[in-house]
Ligand binder design. Structure first.
Ligand code: CAA
Length: 258
């Protein structure tokens, strides 16, 4: 892995773990952190020994959003030319599954980062919010879009227009998180989930992620047609032959990723 100053990286078996690490600034996502995060994700995405990725913060904070100090004097042109928000699209483009392990605050861009991931494991202390309205702005990295698609218009309006914070339990009820676990367990739980996923057939995994994401972007007819095409495509893989043969021979499959 590259040399990073605002994140820490560790490998756990087939799982790449990225810890956001600016604790004194509540892991505010400054441009260095976002550049390093996207570089580390690209490294893990390209590494054939990695099957899934976990992004986490610390027990107290996942991330408190974009760095307000860095942005406070910015012009629209600065925001546009910095490419800061575009970095969220690079996270979205990662082909391997990404799990956010969230404890404490996930605010603004921090919440948006968690929602850009594919699954969210939350500790009981997790709190989610889009407080941008207090700064005279709105969410800029998907907060009005991904949140609304998940929780619906009415809750999203309250979160975005009136800084309503969601507890972990509410987030689970609204379908925003996969599970809520005690704070001592949230990272292990996310790593175990990632490890299970990382053991699965790599090509099918990548196609499955793409297909689920497609559901948010197309009509049902187009989505079903897309699913059918990639379903047929998987019959060209060695892993499909191996998976079905192993089932019939009552043994675990050996995936080759081909
Ligand atoms: N940017 C920069 N610094 C931040 C920060 C942020 N988003 N959030 C917290 N910090 C810093 C504080 O300035 C403070 O630093 P100092 O000790 O140097 O003063 C330190 O982290 C601790 O913060 P607090 O003293 O405020 O701690 P607290 O426990 O009282 O409150 C908090 C914690 C609720 C997270 C509070 O800090 C807070 O509300 N932070 C701002 C959250 C926010 O508005 N996020 C949206 C940012 S805009 C955005 O994200 C746009 C987008 O869509 C991409």
């Amino acid at each position: 892995m590259g040399e990073y100053t605002t994140i820490l990286t560790e490998t756990h078996g087939k799982v790449g773990l990225i810890r956001l690490n600016r604790p004194r600034a509540y892991n505010a996502l400054n441009s260095t952190l976002m550049r390093e995060l996207t570089a580390a994700l690209a490294e893990y995405d390209a590494d054939p020994n990695i099957g899934a990725i976990v992004i986490t913060g610390n027990e107290k904070v996942f991330a408190a959003g974009a760095d307000i100090k860095e942005m406070s004097e910015a012009t629209p042109v600065d925001m546009l030319t910095s490419g800061y928000i575009d970095l969220f699209d690079r996270i979205r483009a990662v082909r391997k599954p990404i799990i956010a392990a969230v404890s404490g605050w996930a605010l603004g861009g921090g919440f948006e980062l968690a929602m850009t991931c594919d699954m969210i494991v939350a500790s009981e202390t997790a709190k989610f919010g889009q407080p941008e309205i207090n700064l005279g702005i709105i969410p800029g990295a998907g907060g009005t879009q991904r949140l609304t698609r998940t929780v619906g218009k009415y809750i999203a309006m309250e979160v975005v227009l009136n800084d309503r914070k969601l507890t972990a339990e509410e987030a689970a009820r609204f379908g925003l998180v996969n599970r809520v676990v005690p704070v001592e367990r949230y990272l292990d739980e996310a790593l175990e989930l990632a490890q299970q996923i990382a053991e699965r057939a790599p090509i099918a995994l990548q196609i499955a992620k793409e297909a689920v994401n497609k559901a948010l972007e197309t009509s049902l007819t187009e989505g079903l047609a897309y699913e059918r095409r990639v379903f047929y495509l998987l019959f060209a893989t060695e892993d499909q032959k191996e998976g079905m043969k192993a089932f019939l021979e009552k043994r675990p499959p050996q995936w080759s990723g081909k």
